[in-house]
Design a protein around this ligand. Structure first.
Ligand SMILES: NC(=[NH2+])NCCC[C@H](N)C(=O)O
Length: 483
């Protein structure tokens, strides 16, 4: 793909379920295979992963599925060849066999392309060496690499000869968190965790320097830090009133005029307010709802507790929603039931021009039903599918492995993990076809099914390794164009 071919690229997202047309992803890179047990948690993984299994038996299916839906020419008729290649060159940017799609786009490819521009390479190398505290000689050595190899080094933290230079970025596979497209604007993140700092520098350079985003350069939004934050004592810097962090998993574009922002372990109230001010001042939206959830590793972002499946269907965790079966059973099983954490839960809705009088919404279902009816003008009944089929203790168990973190490739067709049996049962009860990625891809290849005619389907992705990284298919995608 020539960089010039990207220049007419449209960037626009105004819903969570309209047909996906273009997105950014990142295939697990060699850095993930270098995580050691003592660092796994610091680097936000629940465990170390088996890289080969994660790629060949899990993530590669995600890529093939996305290609079938978004850019079928790149895959159709080639499945046998792709699956039979032990080097996986189809999935690796910069190699001759790479699928090179302008619709399913690996950020590593874009990084390689901007590193071909001399002054960008110099600046980015200096920036990375600065935060990673590299020596002058390392900086010089880095200049000698080919742009695509340099992109790999910046992401994986290691050279191809296996020498490690700095920490890997295992969480870059969760592309959702680096930024978010809001209509035709991009809001960049401010990561809460140091393990994700380098990711946002890479993202900043890609969005500001890649020709794909040149025509919307003035639409790239960065949240301002607290004025003179550097003068705050260290212990005050971490308080929610001063801290300025925001990650894409907490930002959801549910309709052209309405944005949801989660205030969570990762997104501070201060940053959410700054984002709101920026978006209202620039007239990008008229309604923003802040959803405050407990600051807990279990629910790091709002997209871990609910996502949209269809205009009128949502999947969510009942213990944070309206009283469901799950919470009623807690009275009986109170010894084992988790502590009630609803007190920390609050929803406030703000309208432009009336920011001082937010409306409080009592529970998640009321908010989501209102989005379906009022914002999306949906006349059908609004339905809620609960994690773990709302049966104790499966709701929490399956939420932990991303039962609520689904990616809609079109209205009613979602990708999620295969391991959440009870949640899948709940989808089945709602009339959804449950089909594995492997079977579906084969049926697409044999023309038994087609992405255009598919409706109400839950496509299951193998997830034994992926779920150890604590993110699902919603987090693994950054949509940049929906229909
Ligand atoms: N949008 C999301 N839910 N992202 C999940 C990110 C998971 C990643 N391991 C982290 O802790 O940062």
């Amino acid at each position: 793909m020539k960089t010039s071919e990207y220049s007419s690229s449209k960037i626009h997202v105004a819903s969570e379920t309209a047909s996906l047309k273009r997105l950014l992803i990142h295939s697990p890179d060699r850095g993930l295979g270098k995580v050691v047990p003592s660092k796994a948690q610091d680097w936000l993984f629940e465990d170390i992963v088996h890289l080969d299994t994660m790629r060949k038996s899990e993530y590669d299916y995600y890529v093939k599925l996305l290609l079938y839906f978004l850019d079928p020419e790149k895959i159709k008729g080639k499945l046998k060849k792709v699956d039979g290649d032990p080097t996986r060159s189809f999935y690796i940017p910069g190699t001759p066999g790479y699928f090179n799609s302008d619709r399913v786009i690996d950020i590593q490819q874009l990084l390689g392309e901007i590193l071909e521009i001399e002054n960008v390479r110099v600046k980015l190398t200096a920036a990375i060496c600065g935060i990673e505290k590299c020596s002058y000689h390392t900086q010089e050595e880095l200049h000698s690499f080919d742009p695509y190899e340099l992109a790999k080094i910046f992401i994986s933290g290691s050279y191809s000869d296996k020498r490690m230079l700095f920490a890997p970025l295992p969480n870059l596979i969760f592309m959702r968190d680096i930024g978010i497209v809001i209509n035709d604007h991009i809001l960049l993140n401010k990561p809460a965790k140091t393990a994700r700092t380098r990711e946002s520098i890479l993202a900043q350079f890609v969005f500001f320097y890649h020709p794909m985003f040149a025509h919307i350069k003035h639409n790239i939004l960065e949240i301002p830090d607290n004025d003179r934050h550097f003068l705050l004592p260290d212990d005050e810097k971490v308080s929610d009133h001063h801290k300025c962090t925001l990650e894409g998993g907490d930002v959801m574009m549910v309709s052209p005029n309405h944005l949801l922002i989660g205030c969570s372990e990762r997104t501070s109230v201060y940053a959410a307010q700054q984002a709101m001010k920026l978006l209202f001042d620039k007239d990008i939206l008229e309604k923003i709802t802040l959803i405050k959830i407990p600051k807990k590793r279990d629910y790091m972002h709002i997209d871990t507790i609910f996502t949209q499946v269809k205009k009128n269907i949502w999947v969510l965790l009942s213990s944070l929603a309206r009283v469901g079966d799950e919470s009623r059973k807690k009275d009986v099983l109170h010894f084992f039931a988790p502590k009630e954490n609803n007190q920390e839960f609050k929803i406030l809705q703000f309208l432009k021009g009336h920011e001082q009088q937010p409306k409080e919404i009592e529970n998640l279902e009321d908010l989501l039903a209102d989005i379906s009816r009022t914002d999306l003008h949906c006349e059908k009944d609004v339905k809620f599918i609960y994690s773990g089929n709302n049966e104790f203790p499966y709701g929490e168990r399956e939420q932990w492995t991303d039962s609520c973190n689904l990616l809609a490739v079109k209205d009613g067709v979602v990708i999620g993990y295969d391991r959440n049996d009870k949640t899948l049962e709940a989808f089945k009860n709602e009339g959804f076809l449950i089909i594995s990625a492997k079977d579906l891809i084969q049926k697409f290849e044999n023309d038994e099914l087609s992405p255009e005619t598919l409706i109400n389907t839950f496509i299951t992705l193998p997830s034994a390794e992926l779920s150890r990284a604590r993110g699902g298919s919603h987090c693994m995608s950054m949509p940049i164009l929906r229909e």
